[in-house]
Design a protein around this ligand. Structure first.
Ligand SMILES: Nc1ncnc2c1ncn2[C@@H]1O[C@H](COP(=O)(O)OP(=O)(O)OP(=O)(O)O)[C@@H](O)[C@H]1O
Ligand SMILES: [Zn+2]
Ligand SMILES: [Zn+2]
Length: 803
């Protein structure tokens, strides 16, 4: 028997399955989708069986046998194997990358090198013998000095020792020690044989007699009896019990947030959506729905009830949420409804926890998974629905290879299972809304909030006017008044600060110089805690300068509206306010996110101040005020989606206010109040914004009217990168249809990162049948030739941002 195997090596000539001989002993157990260890050149690597066959086109004598079968149960189903091929093709990535992205990191290979002594030790010098300390196999990583490394190299050359690679797994199944206690009779027998001065042993056996034939955790036994493990061990040796190891799951802490009651009856709009979704789920056809529902319209409730419907039919559900920030409240709601049937997968879990959640799904022990992007690959075998909440979020697109969009993968999987996909949002992406308008997706609209509350009243505050009247603080008079009122009424406020691109930088007030990174064309970020400047692209760090490097003025200091600064201003304006700050710094610790949100939900703070991570998903009854401190930050991104992102963000944050009985109010502070994205978020009507933005996109030829593909080139040498970028675009121009537009090559908006110059070129097309083929050929040139000159090139089909 022959197995086709994709090996864990990313290189151009290797991006195809290789044939290996299946040893006879494995013939009856090996299956496609299992992992194996195979020889590859001089080493052993991990591989995935993608197919089995009787004959190879190659000479069977030349085929090498599989070294080891790792999985008796395949880790990748037939459906996911097909999906990986589609994914590799669709995103122009290596098949091995497409396979590995579907698995938890724990299942990917870990390669460890070992020194193995092959010749008698007499040949080794004293230092080396000392280093070996009697061992015949030593991990290479223990070699910590260059002189020792030299010795290793010398001995390897002489054939006295060898370096061997071991393929292992990152994280193991967690096992705990169990004690199976013997029968009553046996224990009596043991007891009578114990010497009378071994008091502890006697005590333990007497305890065991009361628990005869039970199996208990070793830890429990020790805790309950208060004896030490040596005593337990002695007793086990005498036959009073047997030691066993049992598999167990690492249980991530279940977030417990004070939640609102489960609604008893759906609203009319919810019912309409529910009926259509149920009918579609029962039809066995793949259909994609877009639920456009205003903030607080009860989309989540629609998801929950539809999932219930699907579970009742014995099927499974995948729910994707954009990022960890959403999961605490979301998971709490799902766990409340579906209890232990829910697995949770997000980046806040440890590798071991992720692996355990994955195994629960793989073994069919759960039927709902709530997770971030990669949960779209959950190894269910009978999917009944896939849901993407906040479908417009850019985090659904993976930024590294394979550069896939979870929405595309969800739709692809739904075609296999004949099940619906729900895309839900209060502010759909232009792409999705355009598809729904054309009837490609089925549009479901929910225009009212679930409890019929009004959407909050939105006021746009012109910060230029504030400055003219002498108010230099981050808070306009209106917003400050509104916060004060909330404090008096014991209601809660959410203050939102979009940090991206506008964090605190150091600026000279005399000449306007901003301190930039010497390696990248971007400003350095000021870190107050250590009084240092850091580059967030390459990690460069330096001291804050005392005088301006350009004009030597002493008026150089940090400028900006970081969350820390906002916190300080709040403390000055409202000394009595209890503030919770949520940003990357305060949520770094595991579980911090949940803890802070819980405190806020329990009313332990008046103000929640935070970045993007608080923009969505929060549903707390006492929030009646939302303030956006500076709306401009997203508006000025060098990206064709800047207006769309701003509108979405403004609508999402506004939606946090007045979701329950108390009415809400929103203040948006900005230096560009006349921009349409700001003006239209005031009325909170999506359609006028959609119409306006579509006109702009049409005029400039952007998605959804055109598709775009972004090619980026980087090199240490400016002339070289320009040269390769030129070569690349010429190749594209020569090979793609005349209707396709190729923009560039140009220097990227951030033109240098980590000492590498960045160039890019953008392909715009309506229909380009030769695209995949042409790009594959370009990638082939790159991987076989250009790469050797130090170039990196990446291809991003339908990128989410282009800077
Ligand atoms: N039929 C209903 N009757 C009463 N209350 C409801 C009903 N449906 C939902 N709710 C409540 O309304 C609030 C908003 O619902 P939900 O969070 O599902 O909205 P959403 O559309 O997902 O909001 P967003 O997009 O803003 O996150 C929740 O507190 C929910 O419990
Ligand atoms: Zn200066
Ligand atoms: Zn830098």
């Amino acid at each position: 028997m022959i197995a086709e195997i994709i090996v864990d090596v990313s290189a151009y000539p290797i991006d195809r399955p290789f044939d290996y001989l299946v040893p006879e002993a494995l013939e009856s157990v090996i299956e496609a989708g299992a992992r194996v260890k195979v020889p590859f050149g001089p080493r052993k690597v991990l591989g995935y069986v993608t197919g089995l066959k009787q004959e190879s086109a190659l000479n069977p004598k030349k085929l090498k046998p599989i070294h080891e079968l790792i999985d008796l149960e395949p880790v990748i189903s037939g459906e996911l194997l097909d999906l990986s091929r589609w994914l590799a093709n669709h995103t122009l990535s290596y098949e091995i990358d497409a396979l590995q992205v579907m698995l938890p990191a724990a299942l990917r290979a870990k390669y460890e090198k070992f020194i193995v002594v092959t010749e008698p030790e007499q040949l080794l010098d004293a230092d080396f013998i000392h280093f070996l300390a009697g061992r015949k196999r030593v991990p290479l990583k223990e070699v910590d000095s260059s002189s020792l490394m030299k010795t290793v190299k010398k001995y390897v050359g002489q054939g006295i020792i060898a370096v061997d690679t071991k393929v292992g797994q990152h994280t193991a199944v967690k096992k705990i020690r169990m004690i199976r206690i013997a029968s009553h009779e046996k224990l009596q027998e043991v007891l009578s044989a114990i010497q009378s001065n071994a008091k502890k042993q006697i005590e333990l056996v007497q305890w065991m007699i009361r628990h005869a034939e039970e199996t208990l955790g070793a830890k429990t036994v020790m805790e309950q009896t208060g004896i030490q493990s040596t005593v337990l061990k002695a007793i086990i040796e005498k036959g009073a019990a047997v030691e066993e190891f049992a598999e167990m799951y690492r249980e991530p802490d279940a977030p417990m947030l004070k939640d609102v009651a489960i609604p008893e009856v759906p609203t009319t709009e919810q019912q309409v959506a529910l009926d259509k979704l149920a009918a579609s789920a029962d039809s066995g056809k793949a259909e994609t729905f877009l639920i456009h529902g205003v903030t607080g319209s009860g989309k989540t409730e629609v998801y929950l009830r539809t999932i219930k419907h699907v579970l009742d039919k014995g099927k499974e559900a995948i729910v994707l949420v954009p990022e960890i920030s959403l999961t605490p409240q979301m998971t709490a709601r799902f766990k409340e409804r579906f209890g232990p049937l829910v697995a949770v997968m997000h980046s806040g879990l440890s590798a071991g926890e992720k692996y355990d959640e994955w195994r629960k799904i793989h073994r069919g022990e759960v039927s709902v998974v709530v997770g971030a992007r990669s949960a779209v690959f959950a190894p269910f075998q009978n999917i009944g629905i896939i849901i993407l909440d906040e479908e417009h979020e850019s985090t659904y697109k993976q930024e590294d290879t394979p550069r896939y969009h979870a929405r595309d993968v969800a739709i692809k999987r739904s075609e296999h299972y004949g099940c619906p996909v729900i895309l839900g949002s209060a502010t759909p992406s232009l792409e999705s809304y355009a598809r729904a308008s054309k009837g490609v997706y089925t549009l479901l609209t929910m225009t009212k909030r679930a409890k019929n509350q009004e959407l909050p009243a939105v006021t746009v505050v012109d910060m230029r006017e504030e400055l003219k009247t002498g108010n230099r603080s981050m808070f306009s008079v209106q917003l400050a008044d509104a916060i004060r009122q909330r404090m008096e009424r014991k209601e809660q406020s959410v203050l939102f600060l979009n940090k991206r691109g506008f964090s605190s930088f150091v600026l000279c007030r005399d000449c306007g110089t901003v301190v930039e990174c010497p390696n990248c064309d971007i400003s350095l970020t000021y870190h107050r805690a250590h009084e240092r400047l850091k580059c967030h692209y390459c990690g460069h760090e330096e001291q804050v300068p005392l005088v301006c490097p350009e004009c030597e003025s002493e008026h150089i200091r940090f400028f900006g509206t970081g969350t820390q600064k906002a916190e300080e201003e709040i403390a000055k304006l409202f000394p009595e306010a209890r503030v919770i700050r949520m940003d990357v710094d305060t949520t770094r610790q595991k579980g911090a996110h949940e803890r802070l949100l819980r405190q806020f939900s329990e009313g332990k703070a008046d103000i929640l101040l935070g970045t993007q991570m608080i923009a969505k998903g929060l549903d707390f009854p006492n929030i009646t005020l939302v303030g956006v401190l500076a709306a401009d930050t997203t508006l000025h991104l060098a990206d064709f989606r800047a207006a769309e992102k701003t509108f979405q963000l403004m609508t999402q944050v506004s939606g946090r206010a007045g979701r329950h009985d108390l009415p809400g109010e929103v203040f948006i502070q900005t230096y560009s109040p006349e921009h349409y994205a700001i003006e239209l978020s005031k009325a909170q009507h999506y359609e006028p914004f959609y119409t306006h933005e579509m006109m702009a996109r049409k005029q400039y030829g952007y998605p959804p009217f055109y598709f775009v593909t972004l090619i980026q080139f980087t090199h240490e040498d400016l002339l070289k990168v320009a040269d390769f970028a030129e070569k690349g675009s010429r190749y594209l121009k020569d090979n793609l249809s005349p209707d396709t537009v190729i923009i560039g090559p140009t220097a990227a908006a951030i033109s240098r990162v980590n000492n590498r110059y960045r160039y890019q070129c953008l392909i715009k097309y309506k229909k380009e049948p030769k695209l995949t083929e042409t790009l594959q050929q370009l990638i082939k040139y790159y991987r076989t030739d250009w790469i050797k000159s130090g170039l990196t090139m990446s291809v991003d089909v339908e990128p989410v941002s282009i800077y």
